[in-house]
Design a protein around this ligand. Structure first.
Ligand code: DUC
Ligand code: ZN
Ligand code: ZN
Length: 475
């Protein structure tokens, strides 16, 4: 069937155009000022609406076991929440559960396949380096995986030593794989957490106090230096500290191919939120910082030092002993209450995949601080380019997947858990007044959210096999 979207304003990262758009067989096949309707064409009138490429969230954790529980959105509920928020592609992470990387990848592919409702891909976590793992990293590319993540924190669990990161980066470079970094200082965190526990400093805000931003700053500098010596590109995930932006800018001005991502939580919240009675809702790693850090992150986005905004979506219930209704069924999954009385036991992570686009639209575009084109660049186009999915995803071009959002820029609402489809019992943006909201969403030409109504079935989302990293992808 053909679908004709008429009278909308098409927004891409570099263009704003009043035009009609025709979809056939999952793809955009025509964009013209006026396209005449014909037989067997379903016409959708987008008068007064913006037509955006679907959002691309390159950092989510779905169904991730952690702290004796599991992140509360699986590949169905998480991708459904993404869709309602205008995001049509997500990238999740393959944990290194065994040293057989390809087996781990295939197991996650199988798990996601029957559930996902928007398209998805995976990054591979490299958290234990052996000779076999070194040999297997290049095989990820054949699996469609062209990015991996390493950690300078989580000693004895996820962390690699600097020399190992150096080795991994060189292998990644030789195979068109982009190395991503979780930047914190594992050694110092380990000491500070031990000391806090010994001193009975158990309350929520000690989570941030035991992971100071200097650890993140020095880790970004250290990894940038490793990237220079490995002659390999690097992408810093969840940037949270102003000093990280400084370090990234330093590396970039020295000609390094280093890129950065931040997340809404670091732009809108601070460590003060942890001191609230329900502060556990804001617990994630790295933690929230200060308003000074926020300012520098915003500046990083404006100046192009930081290229993407993802979410690190990793939700937990605030009170997992009390069920919520999800699709008519009661659901309760142990969550933040596991850490009552001991901040080290609070599951780390926040909901956000469905909130990202509406919150950012209000704060960036409706506020007049950024253009709609910049919004598309940061939330869709640049992520798709950096992670080998452009122009299939991240834009509106003839030949692109028909992943698009009909966005109502005039819609006003008081946001919160009632609007978000994330499977948890709270929303960080409860009570925020929004201007602009996604009305309808297409994924590969299928109308999956129609005027706020859910139309999709579990398992329709496809795994996206990604292209090798292109150092010139952002121009
Ligand atoms: N940080 C979190 O808070 N949760 C999931 C993984 C991570 O890095
Ligand atoms: Zn991380
Ligand atoms: Zn993460």
């Amino acid at each position: 069937m053909l679908i004709l979207i008429k009278n909308g304003t098409l927004i891409t990262e570099d263009n704003t155009l009043s035009a009609d758009l025709l979809i056939e067989n999952e793809k955009i096949i025509q964009i013209e000022e006026k396209i005449e309707s014909r037989e067997n064409v379903k016409v959708i009138d987008a008068e007064g609406l913006f037509v955006l490429p679907g959002g691309v969230d390159v950092h989510v954790h779905l169904d991730l076991p952690m702290f004796g529980t599991v992140s509360s959105d699986d590949h169905y509920t998480g991708t459904k929440a993404a869709a309602f928020g205008g995001t049509t592609t997500v990238i999740d992470f393959v944990s290194q559960d065994s040293d057989d990387l390809i087996k781990n990848v295939r197991m996650l592919k199988e798990k996601a396949a029957g559930k996902a409702v928007v398209d998805y891909s995976f990054h591979a976590n490299i958290t234990h380096l052996t000779e076999q793992v070194e040999k297997d990293i290049p095989l990820l590319v054949k699996e469609g995986i062209t990015s991996l993540k390493v950690f300078t924190a989580y000693n004895n669990r996820l962390r690699l030593q600097d020399g190992e990161i150096f080795k991994v980066m060189r292998i990644a470079r030789d195979n068109g794989i982009l190395t991503m970094l979780h930047a914190e200082n594992g050694d110092l965190i380990e000491i500070m957490v031990k000391e806090a526990l010994a001193a009975q400093h158990l309350s929520v805000e000690w989570h941030a106090k035991t992971r100071p931003s200097w650890g993140a700053v020095e880790s970004v500098m250290r990894a940038s230096a490793i990237s220079a010596m490995a002659d390999a590109p690097l992408y810093i995930v969840h940037m949270n500290a102003g000093g990280e932006v400084d370090m990234l800018e330093y590396a970039q001005t020295h000609g390094l191919k280093v890129f950065g991502e931040t997340c809404p939580q670091y732009l809108f919240f601070t460590e003060d939120d942890l001191a609230k009675p329900d502060g556990a809702k804001w617990i994630c790693s790295p933690p929230m910082r200060t308003s000074q850090d926020q300012l520098r992150l915003w500046q990083g986005l404006e100046k192009g030092i930081v290229q993407t905004i993802a979410t690190d979506h990793c939700p937990f219930f605030f009170d997992g002993s009390r069920p919520i209704m999800y699709e008519g069924q009661p659901v309760a999954i142990p969550g933040k209450e596991l850490g009552n009385g001991d901040f080290t036991k609070i599951p780390n992570g926040l909901p956000g995949v469905g909130d990202r686009m509406p919150i950012l639209w209000t704060e960036m575009v409706a506020s007049g601080k950024f253009t709609a084109n910049q919004f598309v660049k940061l939330t869709s186009a640049s992520p798709a380019k950096l992670f080998g999915m452009y122009p299939q995803k991240g834009t509106l071009q003839v030949g692109s997947d028909a992943d698009l959002v009909l966005w109502d820029p005039t819609k006003k609402l008081e946001y919160g858990v009632a609007f978000s489809h994330q499977r948890t019992d709270y929303n960080l943006y409860e009570g925020w007044n929004l201007t602009g909201f996604p009305l309808s969403v297409f994924s590969r030409g299928e109308l999956i959210v129609d005027n706020g109504n859910w139309m999709a079935k579990a398992g329709r989302g496809k795994f996206i096999s990604r292209k090798p990293f292109d150092p010139a992808c952002l121009g």
